[in-house]
Design a protein around this ligand. Structure first.
Ligand SMILES: [Zn+2]
Length: 544
């Protein structure tokens, strides 16, 4: 009955009842046994001491967005270090783009370039083309004059609730569109064809397997500015049907698409999807997760809602909607049985969300709702205590320290550095910590994220709130068991124990046994999902 047994392995199970083993046997897609394993049954692979962990689970990523970004102009990495280099890259892509077609780029950071790109310079770089450049945060973008004209906002300021069409001192739009103003561009490209989205999912899934990811949580589909189609779930189903999903996927539903269902008044079903489908629907490969609600914006983009002002300015960011409306949406979703995942970065937004969760639980008690706060970036000590008391799961991103950390330190100023992207204090308060990347906001390979959770240094080498650093063991547990817990799936995956899904990653060395500087450079030798090797660098074959 045994299909595959890995022997002579250093198995880190993430199961406190049995933390280590030297062999793991799999049958029928699940873990069959730990230990020596039934000899002679099925395929046996000698791992020669390689390390085996539960497969990594990215608890907050944008899989379609990442897959699509693979075919866009990369404006977030070297050699792009200045606006001139960015404009040159856009000009090169424009040469192979027909007039009227799109030149799309992702990943720029004005903190690194000195300023946001400018519509006039983009017009010169790509004459007659439609240029659309997304900020690394995803919370803003820049477009050129051709796009502004198509939107009818090229000449004068336009009010957009929950967003901003930025203008210069003369009142002329600069091309920068913040937060919900991005929906304007969306109106020109949405909805994307589902086949295009399924291809993007397949491309992303193949990358994820190479990095040891076996599960991911997609942080918002079907509505709002993160969406690509109102029928986005169908793209995931299509990728799965054609055998190209790659990894197990949990989908967050954008809050915008919940609506009244007309159910019996006694059912408490005030906000849902058609047929009453909600959190938990699906199976081990594709399931619905929480509803995703945006409370505020971006820290590096300085739109997130803080109590105090951003360092060196008098602005303090803004909420994406009126606080009472946000809270009503959260309470309605909770009341209707949803797990709620609210994006809240600034301490002011976090208070609004914690208040909503507290009121929801008081008015409509429900056991173990596991509501989440995505990012949880600028957090006062009293907010840690309150989140822990409410059973909230905070979902910060380790990678942000390196790729965005310098901009974040500058945005909040030294007095608030100790509040940034907490990890250790959350564990000490008894909270569960998942591991996530928010890819394509930053590079998403889990080993990079785990290394950053331990090392906490910015790209310039500055310490990033180092008191919140984790041990390698804690970071690995976050990226496996912690993420499974956040998905309400810790009884199914996230550790290696008999009966759980046989989702494993094989690493060249043990991250807990090497120096912290070496973690990021370890090699993923193989990735196994449901007992099947889905990525193999040759290790499984070579060592058979
Ligand atoms: Zn996100």
């Amino acid at each position: 009955m045994t299909d595959l047994t890995l022997v002579n392995a250093n198995v880190l199970t993430m199961d406190p009842a049995r933390p280590r083993a030297s062999a793991v046997a799999m049958a029928g897609g699940r873990i069959e046994a730990l230990g020596a394993g039934p000899a002679g049954a099925g395929r046996v692979v000698d791992l020669r001491g390689a390390t085996v962990l539960p497969g990594f689970h990215d608890a907050h990523n944008h899989m379609v967005g990442f897959g699509m970004s693979l075919s866009e102009v990369d404006i977030g990495s070297p050699p792009i270090g200045s606006l001139d280099e960015l404009y040159a890259a856009i000009a090169r892509r424009a040469e192979t783009t027909a007039p009227g077609d799109w030149v799309i780029g992702s990943g720029y950071d004005q903190n690194k370039l000195g300023a946001h790109p400018d519509r006039d310079a983009l017009d010169r770089a790509a004459p007659g083309r439609r240029v659309w450049l997304r900020h690394t945060s995803g919370h803003m973008c820049v477009v050129n004059s051709v796009v502004l004209a198509a939107l009818g906002v090229d000449a004068a300021a336009t009010e957009v609730p929950g967003g901003r069409v930025a203008t210069d001192s003369g009142g002329r739009p600069t091309g920068l569109l913040e937060e919900r103003a991005q929906l304007l561009v969306g109106s020109l490209v949405y909805p994307y064809p589902l086949a295009e989205l399924a291809d993007a999912i397949a491309r992303a899934g193949a990358e994820y397997l190479k990095e040891g990811i076996t599960s991911c949580t997609e942080a918002g589909i079907g509505g709002g500015w993160v969406a690509h189609s109102p029928a986005e779930l169908a793209a995931y189903a299509a990728a799965r049907d054609s055998g190209r999903l790659g990894v197990r996927v949990e989908l967050m539903t954008a809050g915008e698409v919940l609506h009244p269902l007309g159910a019996h008044p006694g059912d408490n079903l005030v906000a849902g999807l058609d047929l009453g489908i909600r959190t938990g629907f699906g199976d081990d490969w594709l399931r619905l997760g929480p509803v995703k609600i945006f409370a505020d914006g971006s820290l590096v983009g300085r739109t997130a809602a803080l109590h105090g002002a951003y360092d060196g300015s008098d602005g303090s960011g803004y909420l994406q909607a009126d606080a009472a409306d946000l809270q009503a949406a959260i309470i309605a979703a909770h009341r209707s049985g949803w797990q709620v995942a609210t994006h809240a970065i600034g301490d002011r937004a976090i208070d609004v969300v914690l208040d909503a969760y507290a009121r929801a639980l008081a008015q409509y008690p429900r056991p173990d709702p596991r509501h989440r706060i995505e990012h949880f970036a600028v957090v006062q000590p009293r907010q840690v205590a309150r989140a822990a008391e409410l059973g909230v799961i905070a979902v910060p991103q380790g990678r942000f320290a390196t790729e965005l950390g310098d901009g974040m330190l500058a945005a909040v100023g030294p007095a608030r550095h100790g509040w940034l992207y907490r990890q250790r204090s959350l564990l000490e308060a008894g909270m569960v910590l998942p591991g996530s990347s928010d890819r394509p906001v930053v590079t998403g390979a889990p080993l990079l994220g785990i290394a950053d959770m331990v090392n906490r240094r910015t790209a310039s080498g500055a310490p990033f709130n180092p008191g919140e650093a984790l041990t390698a063991e804690q970071a690995l547990r976050a990226y496996t068991w912690g993420s499974a817990y956040a998905s309400r799936q810790e009884h199914v995956k996230g550790s290696i124990a008999p009966g759980l899904l046989a989702d494993l990653v094989v690493l060249s060395e043990d991250p807990t046994a090497v120096s912290p500087e070496r973690i990021a450079g370890l090699t993923v030798l193989a990735t196994i999902v449901g007992g099947q090797p889905r990525y193999d660098s040759g290790a499984l074959d070579g060592l058979s």
